[in-house]
Design a binder for this molecule. Structure first.
Ligand code: UDP
Length: 368
């Protein structure tokens, strides 16, 4: 039996703790916040609406192990995510689909016609090297400028030419009227929010949770092994510099009735300061509420005391990241996991899948 110190009570820390506890080990999970769930944390507002305090989280996956795993710990409700965008005083359907193309060009294209039309607009770039090239090679300049350029500059605070093409590859392009935001076969939101699910994962006699408590370097040495899901650079005391993150500010407001008629309205125009408005009761369409809670979402550069949300991974961050990565891999008694611990833009399902894999490896390594 080994003892594990785990920094972070989000999905990564919780899943690994549970797997290790079930294999007979003891786990002490620390979180500097006063709640479990990390950025997936949800809570009920006084008016009854479940609020995703750190921005909306929609669970989607094609990984059967992950889907079975999350369903063990709470009821998942079917939820099909749809997003609209407001640009130049008009509302369009996202992700870019046949409806969007017909709206933008004021046409009545069939799927084949739209495909040929967009192929004509698309620029001939053999190997797109950045976000902008990826967009131009997929949809051409007009659609890029309408939906992606302004939004992306606001979201990431830099030119899309400085961002990796992989960010855009998150979004589908469709030549039919399917406006589901994700392609995955399983899409759902927990009936009671994410917090009870993470709490249920952590609910095991061999797991101790200490909230509002840091896993300090001194504590670390008292465990056989440490799991670190905090920021990679924070583990090393930022001693060779800080990795770049974006943080988010949420301007919350309440109203009566239905504010925008949809869970997420993006704002692609560069002169609108926020990137999107999220209306949280629409993430729980199985509930009915007269009142509503919305967040206006602003993205900005992360300062030392802010919550890190998105790893930026600009070309300039590469050197620094490589230094921290090579030091992390030399730490034989520490496993780095999750979005912050590995400095990658991970969805929840990938986070859980990687946590399960990390736990499998540790169970093997510490088998009696
Ligand atoms: N994006 C955009 N316009 C939109 C929505 C997304 O340009 O209306 C870009 C933006 O750069 C964003 C990326 O596509 O960071 C991925 O979008 P996604 O919706 O996956 O972002 P998330 O919800 O994870 O912030």
């Amino acid at each position: 039996m080994a003892s594990f110190g785990i920094a972070g009570a989000g999905f990564s820390g919780a899943v690994i703790a549970r797997e290790l506890a079930q294999a007979g080990h003891t786990c002490h999970v620390f979180d500097t916040r006063d709640h479990v769930g990390g950025n997936c944390f949800t809570e009920r507002h006084a008016n009854g609406v479940t609020v995703h305090r750190y921005g909306p989280h929609i669970f989607h996956t094609d990984n059967e192990r992950v889907w079975a795993y999350i369903n063990r710990f709470g009821e998942m409700m079917p939820y099909n995510h749809r997003v609209k965008t407001t640009v130049r005083d008009a509302v369009f359907s996202l992700p870019v689909n046949l409806h969007t193309i017909n709206q933008v060009f004021d046409r009545t294209f069939s799927p084949a016609e739209a495909q040929a039309f967009v192929a004509d607009l698309a620029e001939d770039i053999a190997e797109p090297a950045d976000f902008e090239e990826q967009a131009l090679s997929m949809v051409g300049r007009e659609i890029y400028e309408l939906f992606f350029e302004g939004y992306t500059r606001k979201q990431w605070g830099c030119s899309p030419t400085q961002l990796p093409a992989s960010i855009l590859k998150r979004l589908p392009l469709r030549f039919n009227y399917n406006d589901s935001y994700f392609n995955h076969p399983h899409q759902a939101i927990p009936k009671e929010g994410y917090t009870p699910i993470v709490a249920a994962i952590l609910d095991h006699p061999a797991i101790t949770v200490s909230l509002s408590t840091e896993l300090s370097p001194v504590d670390r040495s008292s465990f056989d092994h440490v799991i670190w899901s905090g920021p990679l650079d924070a583990f090393f005391g930022f001693d060779v510099g800080r990795l770049g993150y974006r943080t988010l500010d949420f301007e919350q407001f309440e109203a009566e009735g239905d504010f925008q008629g949809t869970p997420v309205m993006n704002y692609g125009d560069p002169d609108v300061a926020y990137t999107r408005i999220t209306e949280h009761k629409h993430f729980a369409p199985w509930e009915e509420h007269d009142a509503t809670v919305c967040f206006r979402e602003f993205s900005r550069t992360h300062e030392p005391d802010d919550i890190p949300y998105y790893p930026v991974r600009l070309v300039d961050d590469k050197d620094l990241l490589e230094q921290y990565e090579s030091r992390a891999s030399a730490e034989a008694d520490v496993t780095f996991v999750g979005r912050l611990g590995t400095y990658r833009y991970l969805d929840m399902d990938v986070t859980i899948a990687e946590a399960l894999e990390a736990a499998d490896a540790l169970v093997k390594r510490f088998a009696q």
